[in-house]
Structures are given as C-alpha cells and as structure tokens.
Design a protein around this ligand. Structure first.
Ligand SMILES: Nc1ncnc2c1ncn2[C@@H]1O[C@H](COP(=O)(O)OP(=O)(O)O)[C@@H](O)[C@H]1O
Ligand SMILES: [Mg+2]
Length: 269
C-alpha cells in the first residue's frame, strides 16, 4: 500500500462546534478511508448536517482538526477552500433540480459554470453521466415530468458531474418510495466503486444503509457513539444502537421532551 492510499480521505480529530453557547459537536473524531461508504446515523438534531457543513468548510469549528484529502479545512484560505470544494460532490434531500431547465441542462450546469469545456464535450459528458444513472433517454424532459425517484437520480448525475473524490449525501432516500430507495442506494454504491469515490451518507433508512455501507457510525451527544460494520449493527446489544436498529420509539433517545415530573405539573397551581 502506498502512503497516499494509507492516508484517510477524512480525518477529524477532537472537533468541537457550537451555535452560540450550545455545543453541537463535542470532541468528535472520525476517520474515513479512501473508497469507503460510511453511513452517519443519529437522532434528529444530533448534528449530522452540521458535520457535513464542517467537512465542506461552510462552518468553522471552535477547535480540532478536519482533514479532507490531507488538507486541514479550517485553516484553508478562500481560494484553496474553493478548489477543495470542487472535488466534493453533495446531494441533499432538497437538493432540487432547476425547475426551468430540462434534465440535460441541469446536468450540464456544473460543466458550464466550473469548466471551459466546449459544448460538444459537455454533451458527451452529460450523456455519459445520465447513462450511469439509467436516464440518458430522459435528457429532454423537464423536472416536472419526472417521478421523485427519477429526479433524485438526475440530481445524483449532476452531483457527480465533476468527478468528485468525495460524495456527501444528506438524507438521499427521504421522500422516495421503497423501490426508488433501492435504486438510488444501488447507484450510490455502484458510482462509488466505478468512479473511485468515497461516500459519507447521512440517513435514517437503516435497511438500505445496511445493504450498501461498509460502516455505520452513530452520532450522539456530539461525538461518535459507535462505529460498526453492518453485521456489528445486527448483533450489537448496545441499547442506543438497538433503539435505532429496531426502530424503538423510546430508549436512550427519549420519546418525551425533557419536562418536569408529570404529577408535579398536574397538581401545580
Ligand atoms: N444555523 C443554525 N443556528 C442555530 N442552530 C442551528 C443552526 N443549524 C442547526 N442548528 C441546531 O443545531 C442542532 C444540530 O442540527 P443539525 O446538524 O441540522 O442536526 P441533524 O442533521 O442531525 O438533524 C439542532 O439542534 C439545530 O436546531
Ligand atoms: Mg440534518
């Protein structure tokens, strides 16, 4: 193994971040190796989207190191940060298509914005990316003519247009029917290996996650609570992992919002 292969693509060390006084990320360390697909799970509001924002340098940590491809993101100058961001693809739950552009022009957008490639070359690249998500034939359609699953696949083709080394997905399965979830999940996995990418996926869809991820990382109290293989998730006896794996409404993540005792409140005057 060469030195570059041994260097993790993501290496977060003792990261702390908060909004105002409130710490969201509190001493988090996480390593993702090149080529891996890592799922990031955790309760709503636990800081998953925040973590993606830290990786892309959109927000600054209070302390700690956030290395992406060997560069410490918080220390980068604006120009270096933009260069790095061009190598990171993002697909967000509401990463909607431009509704007034057809499928072809949606996927062509990053090439036209970020490169000086001539139109005939862009045409070939767009059709190649659409072919990769099985939608080359849909290139003249408008977004309003697509099903939810097709729209998500076009957004995926657009997200990987510039051949990112790292893909960040924020709830890519949300709002899709079960068949589309399976299709998008398989595409994420296939693109990751075919294009030599590394993927970090924030998701609540455990079934699909266990099918495609190499590791499932659970976030709680601002740090990594557990880091398990899909098999490890199945066999874990950790109450927090079990609550997620079994979809239990109550457990270490409480069903009730913190409150004073019910009896006390009932009889309070
Ligand atoms: N711009 C912001 N200003 C203040 N608080 C925020 C902001 N964005 C998110 N938060 C808070 O930070 C916490 C973590 O948010 P987020 O990372 O979006 O959670 P998740 O993606 O895990 O659901 C939440 O409590 C949320 O309300
Ligand atoms: Mg989120």
């Amino acid at each position: 193994m060469s030195a570059s292969e041994a260097t993790p693509l993501i290496d977060m060390k003792n990261v702390r971040f908060g909004y105002g006084e409130r710490l969201i990320i509190d001493g988090l360390s996480l390593t993702v190796r090149k080529g891996e697909i890592v799922a990031l799970m955790g309760g709503s509001g636990s800081g998953k989207t925040t973590l993606l924002g830290l990786l892309g340098g959109r927000i600054q940590p209070i302390s700690g190191e956030i290395h992406v491809a060997g560069q410490n993101v918080p220390t980068l100058a604006r120009k270096e940060l933009y260069t790095l961001r061009r190598r990171i693809g993002m697909l967000f739950q509401f990463g909607a298509l431009f509704t007034d552009l057809n499928v072809f022009d949606n996927v062509a957008f990053p090439y036209r914005e970020q490169t000086d490639l001539p139109e005939p070359v862009i045409r070939d690249l767009v059709l190649m990316k659409l072919e990769a998500v099985g939608l080359r034939g849909a290139h003249p359609l408008m977004p309003s003519e697509l099903s939810g699953g097709m729209a998500r696949r076009v957004a995926l083709a657009r997200a990987v247009a510039l051949d990112p080394m790292l893909m960040l997905y924020d709830e890519p399965f949300t709002g899709l029917d079960p068949i589309s979830v399976g299709i998008v999940g398989r595409l994420i996995k296939r693109l990751n290996s075919a294009m030599g990418m590394t993927s970090l996926i924030v998701t609540h869809d455990l079934t699909e996650t266990l099918r495609i991820a190499d590791r499932v990382v659970m976030l709680a109290s601002g740090r990594i609570h557990s880091d398990l293989s899909p098999e490890g998730m199945h066999s874990s006896t950790d109450p927090f992992v079990r609550q997620f794996a079994d979809g239990l409404p109550d457990g270490p993540v409480p069903f009730h919002h913190p409150a004073r005792p019910y009896a006390e409140e009932l009889f309070a005057r």
